[in-house]
Design a protein around this ligand. Structure first.
Ligand code: IPM
Ligand code: MG
Length: 362
């Protein structure tokens, strides 16, 4: 008799970290979508404010271990006014997210910005300016000022920003490889964003990115200062291909770039390391102002689930199906509140209606 497999041993196991605010709603919607594709097992894990409420810590060692043991991690959002405090000793929901990224070694954060045709008029930027935008923000995720020494006493606060050449080299390599793979304009281009006119970390960044670039002679490299980059992202987004930048600049520029897609509620992300499970989460936050109302836009989470299938579970077909279905639901005129402009053909949708439409279009 052939050996019998444990039931469902071949099904990918997804750690589901709903988090706070709208997190539970959008993650529940993504689960319905994944169920419609079929073949996944889930494990619910606490993170953020929900975890602080349960035990005082934003991410427990057990929670991190559960994520490490999964094939991929799907995350909603963390944070909210309930846990906001300027007390340096108070636990913060965001510590859970940062601990997860660091704990899993997820140094590469990919945030693709490509407006869906049906939403070209939903952006605050003119259609003529954004049409044709297809850029990828590659954000360094486990270094820099986010993870440096922090200090606080009476009237002084310190956040240290540290980068090593090894940290810069590995993220630059990801960016050049992505540009090569995308092959935009026949060769691909990397825009490295820094503040080399002021910051020592940026001068190291610029040198090391240049060195890595020499290993990819067919990919064009340009350096931009971050203030200039912030301006050019809205002035001429189509000029960009791959943007590689340090942790905090990437945080800021990706929220800015999200508006090209019509709403922060559209932008997905993948956080990857050299091995082990990746974390897949929408770029937006926990939106406490609309939490619990059932009106949140689930599409960034759906698109993050697509990135999970493509980058985390080796299922490019499933990813394509989700992305196509999202485009179809929007193409049919469905709009969550954040995307609604009142133009002819638009129909208002809450989270449930949008989810049903995407599932129907799978
Ligand atoms: C993001 C978020 C996080 C970050 C916060 C919640 C810590 O803004 O993923 O962009 O700053 O990285
Ligand atoms: Mg952010």
């Amino acid at each position: 008799m052939p050996p019998t497999m444990a039931p469902d041993a071949d099904k990918p196991r997804i750690a589901v970290l709903a988090g706070d605010g709208i997190g539970p709603e959008i993650v529940a919607a993504a689960r319905l979508l994944l169920d419609a594709l079929g073949g996944f097992e889930y494990e619910d894990v606490l993170i953020g404010g929900a975890s602080i409420d349960a035990g005082g810590e934003a991410l427990t060692a057990d929670a991190l271990a559960a994520c490490r043991g999964a094939d991929a991690v799907l995350l909603g959002a963390v944070g909210g006014p309930k846990w906001d405090s300027t007390d340096p000793d108070a636990p913060r929901p965001e510590q859970g997210l940062l601990g997860l990224r660091k704990g899993l070694g997820l140094y590469a954060n990919l945030r693709p910005v490509k407006p869906i045709p049906a939403l070209l008029d939903a952006s605050p930027l003119r259609r003529s300016r954004i049409e044709g935008t297809d850029l990828l923000v590659v954000r360094e995720l486990t270094g820099g000022i986010y993870f440096g020494r922090k200090e606080r006493d009476a009237g002084t606060a310190v956040d240290e920003c540290v980068y090593t050449s090894a940290e810069v080299e590995r993220i630059a390599t990801i960016a050049f490889a992505a540009a090569e793979r995308r092959g935009r304009g026949g060769h691909g281009r990397v825009t490295s964003v820094d503040k080399a006119n002021v910051l020592e970390t940026s001068r190291l960044w610029r040198e090391v990115v240049g060195d890595v670039g020499r290993r990819f002679p067919q990919v064009e490299l340009e350096h931009l200062l971050v203030d200039n980059a912030a301006m050019q992202i809205v002035a001429e987004p189509t000029r960009f291909d791959v943007i590689v930048t340090e942790n905090m600049f990437g945080d800021i520029l990706s929220d800015e770039a999200a508006m090209i897609t019509g709403s922060l509620g559209m932008l997905p992300s993948a956080s990857l390391g050299d091995s082990g499970p990746g974390v897949f989460e929408p770029v937006h936050g926990s939106a406490p102002d609309i939490a619990g109302e059932g009106v949140a836009n689930p599409l960034a989470t759906f698109l993050s689930a697509a990135m999970m299938l493509r980058h985390g579970l080796g299922d490019g077909d499933g990813a394509d199906r989700i992305e196509h279905a999202v485009g179809a639901a929007l193409g049919a005129g469905l709009r969550t509140a954040d995307l609604f402009t009142g133009a002819a053909g638009e129909r208002r949708a809450d989270t449930e209606a949008m989810t049903a439409a995407v599932i129907a279009a799978l």
